[in-house]
Write a protein that binds this ligand. Structure first.
Ligand code: G6P
Length: 614
């Protein structure tokens, strides 16, 4: 996590850096800082605990002039979020300033060596160790900054994206990356640096995605110079990036999360565009067309993902197994990477990630690749690391997601997984024509039905007021609704800090039901479908213990509606598509409870949207 921005050119750097940091705040917001070299060659470093807005207040009446600078918004790993630990960090001579996203794993060993040589440290961070190491290498070998960074990084184990300035050379920024993303924007006699393209696209659509192990020297008035750690010259690949800046604004909504919840009907249309064709009764997924043999002959699929994307994976498993009869395993990427998995070239790994940058998911991909598996990525962020490291894949095309709690990405992922399952079934002939067409038709109707669900916003907002003071919540569901229960509970935890658990409804009696009393709100996803009667029994068990039931039911429901304390009625659809509708009221419930509690919905404490550390 952490966001990095850099600028060198003829504009004032500070406004570019601040605007960029705001765009990257989804990556962390524990502290923020900026380093600028002014016209007199002085290096000014300002940093403070808190958000980018706190940094803006902090620099009022300070000198923020200069046409070269780097900036950072932090998600703390080493050392608490205070201003001493905030980036940029400076070297002992105060000539170098550095911002870093990632973790230097062997920082303690390097720090011990530098301490022995008389270096002093002002923070607890691994980053300060890195800037001191670079300076040490630079001074002891009389090297340029570019060369010193290259040599210093050879001693480093870990993950990093860095940007470094040297006050002695105010026309140059050196950047490098390994496992953490870094993008360079190429303008007209100016360069930009960002953890992603969002701080850059306003000024130029020409970008270079730095590759793992590459170091770039960005010099004003010169072409980019890129080498790898072994000093082999690399040719910069300049790409065009498309970005809708409007999507980075709140568009009249009080929070990005609410905007993104309401965008879902349109997102699903975008996600299906060109892929779902109701007239011809076909689905078209280019990855399946291009890699038919590999996918159809897979021994099994292994889904790897984290957080909300993992929940989407659980739904994907059901869809693929039911439509295509291919066995599917779903793993947390963080567990998979250290599990010595039994996997080989007969397996297909599906990596699901909104950001395309999650460190554990990337590591799981690398492991699977090393064992010969075929890798399929399902991502949202175009051009991010996962799509670039996979053999094929499908973007979910829901547009930038800014709210830290993932919403539209989840339904986008479930939609792509549904299309993938249909595309494979179409080739494998594992579904009857009737069922195939029925699913296709219903999928096509989902955006309209989502709109109906979103009309319930006011009802859900009223309901939320009742639960503002709840300390615990249980969410339960079965079949396709079990992952939805997990996702509903996660949303509530993330943004309202209320403890919430998702359970398979029938598992309640094996322990969690002991928690149920008159104080316990229990959200039940109880739509009509093959397991409805079973869920009725589970609801009865909760009712008998006086739990307070909030039921998500299908419009016209007669049984559970009479048992529940509150009901939320959603339109009928096929059981396999239910998650695309049932998730929405749970997103809204979490949102409104968090708003009632006065929480920072878009930037909840301790979280970040892009988790680039393991
Ligand atoms: C973080 C985010 C979650 C997200 C998870 C996985 O924890 O806050 O919203 O689900 O990372 O991220 P990914 O980008 O790989 O889907």
């Amino acid at each position: 996590m952490c966001g990095i921005v850099g600028y060198i050119g003829n504009r004032d750097a500070y406004p570019v850096l601040i605007k960029g940091l705001k765009r990257l705040e989804y990556r962390g917001y524990d502290s923020a800082g900026v380093a600028l070299i002014n016209a007199q060659g002085q290096l000014d470093v300002y940093k403070t605990k808190g958000k980018v807005a706190d940094l803006e207040n902090f620099v009022v009446e300070k000198d923020v002039s200069g046409t070269i600078g780097i900036a950072h918004t932090r998600w703390a790993t080493h050392g608490e979020p205070n201003s001493a630990n905030a980036h940029p960090h400076v070297s002992s001579s105060r000539n170098l300033a550095l911002v870093h996203n990632g973790i230097i794993e062997n920082y303690a060993t390097i720090k011990a060596k530098l301490l022995a040589k008389g270096y002093k440290f002002c923070s607890e961070t691994d980053t300060e160790v890195l800037v001191q190491l670079i300076e040490y290498v630079q001074i002891s070998n009389h090297l340029s900054l570019f060369k010193a960074v290259q040599l210093a990084l050879r001693q480093v184990i870990g993950a990093y994206a860095i940007a470094v300035l040297d006050k002695k050379n105010p026309k140059e920024i050196v950047v490098a990356r390994k496992s953490s993303p870094l993008v360079i924007g190429v303008g007209d006699n100016e360069y930009f640096v960002g953890s992603d393209a969002s701080p850059i696209v306003e000024y130029t659509n020409k970008v270079v995605y730095l590759k793992d192990g590459e170091i770039a020297c960005i010099t004003l008035g010169k072409d980019l110079e890129i080498v790898n750690l072994n000093n082999v010259k690399m040719v910069p690949e300049i790409k065009d990036v498309e970005f809708n800046l409007g999507k980075l604004e709140k568009g009249g909504y009080p929070h990005f999360m609410l905007k993104e919840v309401f965008e879902q009907p349109d997102c699903i249309i975008d996600c299906m565009r060109g892929r779902v064709n109701v007239e011809s009764q076909k689905v078209l997924l280019s990855a399946v067309i291009d890699h038919k043999d590999k996918l159809l002959n897979a021994r099994r699929f292994i889904i790897v993902a984290c957080g909300t994307s993992w929940h989407a994976g659980l739904i994907g498993k059901r869809l693929i197994e039911s439509f295509c009869r291919i066995p599917v395993e779903v793993n947390y990427a963080s567990e998979f990477r250290y599990s010595d998995p039994l996997i080989d070239e007969r397996d297909v790994v599906i990596a699901i990630s909104q950001s395309g940058e999650t460190a554990d998911t990337l590591a799981a991909i690398e492991l699977a690749k090393s064992k010969g598996a075929f890798i399929y990525g399902i991502c949202n962020a175009i051009g991010s690391s996962i799509p670039r490291s996979t053999e094929t894949g499908s973007y979910i095309h829901v547009g930038p997601e800014i709210g830290v709690a993932s919403t539209k990405a989840f339904t986008g992922q479930v939609t792509v997984l549904t299309i993938l399952a249909l595309a494979l079934a179409q080739e494998k002939h594992t579904m009857t024509k009737e069922l195939f067409i029925k699913v296709l038709d219903e999928l096509n109707r989902i955006p309209e039905k989502m709109k109906e669900v979103l009309y319930l916003d006011q009802q859900i907002s009223n309901l939320a007021k009742i639960f503002t003071y709840a300390h615990n919540f249980i969410y339960m569901g079965r079949g396709y609704s079990y992952p939805v229960a997990l996702e509903g509970a996660l949303k509530l935890k993330e943004i309202s800090y209320i403890h919430a658990e998702g359970y398979p409804a029938a598992e309640m009696k094996h322990g969690p039901i002991a928690l149920v009393d008159i104080e316990m709100p229990v959200v039940v996803i109880a739509t009509s479908g093959s397991l409805y009667e079973k869920v009725v029994s589970n609801v009865q068990e909760i009712k008998a213990r006086k739990g307070r039931i909030i039921a998500i039911v299908t419009k016209g429901d007669q049984v559970i509606s009479k048992m529940a304390d509150w009901i939320i009625e959603i339109p009928e659809t096929l059981e396999c598509l239910d998650p695309l509708l049932t998730t929405l009221p749970l997103q809204l419930l979490a949102y409104h409870i968090a708003v009632c509690k006065g929480m920072n919905v878009d930037q909840p404490r301790n979280l970040a949207k892009s988790v680039t550390v393991e």
